[in-house]
Design a protein around this ligand. Structure first.
Ligand SMILES: [Zn+2]
Length: 437
């Protein structure tokens, strides 16, 4: 369990339950052992509850009544250009990819590649090495061996070239010190001595829900970040118009109601925010970009390097001929386009050192690169298209009376998190003298 027991303990020692009590008149303090209904006394003024439902995009929510009972205020948010590998760190840090440098998972960086030991696997038959079950097993082994703390997947990176690549999420953005650059909300919570809960990605949605339920019942935490990835997986599999999607949303509604019920005892108020990182587009067209590039009179490693993500391809060039030939070839692919620097800059993904690629080729919404370095076979739906494409938009729902006008994109959710923590702090500020009895 990744619940930060340490921070819970440091919080309890810094501000004990008794320290909160002097804000109440003596008679009321006694009355709070149980309330008028015989329920347990409130032990915390406020809980900031942030629930991230992966891929619950605006287009999915727009026509659904999701959350109207417990979070009636809703707003469409811009996502961040890229995948969850950048959306989640942007939410947790309140900053953009160029600032935190958690963008795409794999980069061409042979000097720093930790994967040299995997190269001999290139001699294994492709029928085995391209199988998802084999890749998953190997991923687990490599993650432990390389001491990666964040999300890690070998995906479908060819073993022939794997020593050319580095993986950019070696730490977990769900922990303090987890960003490639700068701080995240968990660093902030530690600095504020705020006891908090955070989901453990190694556990199931239900296990994380239950772990939080147990802590809410005790009033142990003041802030919770719950991460539910199940809808994302389901959407990838069945697409965004399947009846399974609203059914899954109904399940999430029940879970959230359970959490609110559990919090009602120990907390005087729950500030609830339910949100997503991006949406999901159905993929009805596939393009074999890899075959087109490999047909050129160029050699990977000698002339160029590339990562084929599922909706974009990122290239590094080692000579002008490779740059010219590949650029000319990409201009003949009608299903995608080279993203100009000005546009990358507009979306805070123009890295001046070109660490994540010198040229970014992005597919039109609904077009999937198959095969890619992310997967051998097609999937029904995908995200990671242009942030202004219809199905890219994220959503934010809350039970709070307002969402500030400055909250327009998913990194701004971090501002709401900090605001909620500081508001809770204010509401329990103790007066210099005990209140008169
Ligand atoms: Zn996904």
């Amino acid at each position: 369990m990744k619940t930060e027991q340490l921070s819970i303990h440091s919080r309890e020692s810094a501000v004990s339950g008794a320290a909160v009590e002097p804000t109440l008149p003596h008679c009321e303090r006694n009355a709070r052992a149980t309330d008028s209904n015989g329920l347990p006394a409130k032990v915390k003024p406020a809980l900031a509850l942030f629930i991230m439902v992966d891929a619950m995009g605006w287009e999915i929510l727009r026509h659904d009544s999701f959350g109207q009972d417990f979070a009636p205020l809703r707003k469409r948010l811009d996502s961040v250009f890229g995948y969850s590998s950048t959306c989640v760190p942007s939410i947790l840090s309140g900053r953009w990819p160029v600032e935190h440098r958690n963008w795409c998972y794999f980069v061409h960086d042979p000097k720093n590649s930790p994967f040299r030991s995997l190269r001999p696997l290139r001699w294994l038959p492709r029928a085995l090495t391209s199988r998802r079950i084999f890749r998953r097993w190997l991923t687990k082994l490599v993650r432990v061996q390389l001491k990666f703390r964040g999300y890690f997947d070998l995906y479908n990176i060819p073993f022939r070239h794997i020593h050319q690549y580095d993986f950019t999420e070696k730490r977990s953005p769900l922990q303090p010190g987890g960003m490639n650059r700068g701080e995240n909300i968990f660093d902030f919570l530690v600095a504020q001595h705020t006891p908090y809960f955070v989901s453990d990605p190694a556990r199931s949605e239900e296990q994380n829900r239950d772990a939080l339920l147990a802590q809410l019942g005790e009033g142990q935490v003041e802030f919770a970040f719950l991460y539910w990835p199940g809808l994302d997986g389901l959407l990838h599999r069945v697409g965004n118009d399947s009846p399974e999607i609203p059914a899954k949303l109904r399940v999430y509604e029940q879970w959230i109601q359970q959490l609110l019920t559990a919090a009602r005892g120990p907390y005087e108020e729950v500030q609830l925010y339910v949100f997503s990182d991006h949406g999901m587009a159905n993929c009805d067209e596939h393009v074999d970009l890899m075959q087109r590039i490999e047909a050129l009179p160029l050699r990977m490693e000698r002339d160029y390097a590339v990562v084929y993500d599922s909706t974009m391809a990122r290239f590094w060039f080692f000579n002008d001929r490779a740059r010219d030939l590949i650029t000319a070839e990409l201009k003949c692919v009608p299903q995608g386009r080279i993203v100009p620097d000005a546009e990358l800059e507009q979306h805070h993904t123009l890295f001046t050192d070109r660490y994540f690629g010198e040229l970014i080729f992005l597919m039109r919404e609904g077009v999937l690169i198959v095969p890619s370095h992310m997967g051998e076979r097609p999937i029904r739906a995908m995200h990671g298209y242009h942030p202004f494409d219809k199905h890219s938009y994220a959503a934010l729902l809350t039970n709070q009376p307002d969402i500030p006008a400055t909250v327009t994109a998913i990194p701004h959710i971090c501002d709401l998190m900090k605001r909620a923590v500081l508001l809770a702090r204010k509401s329990k500020a103790v007066p210099a003298e005990p209140a008169p009895v």
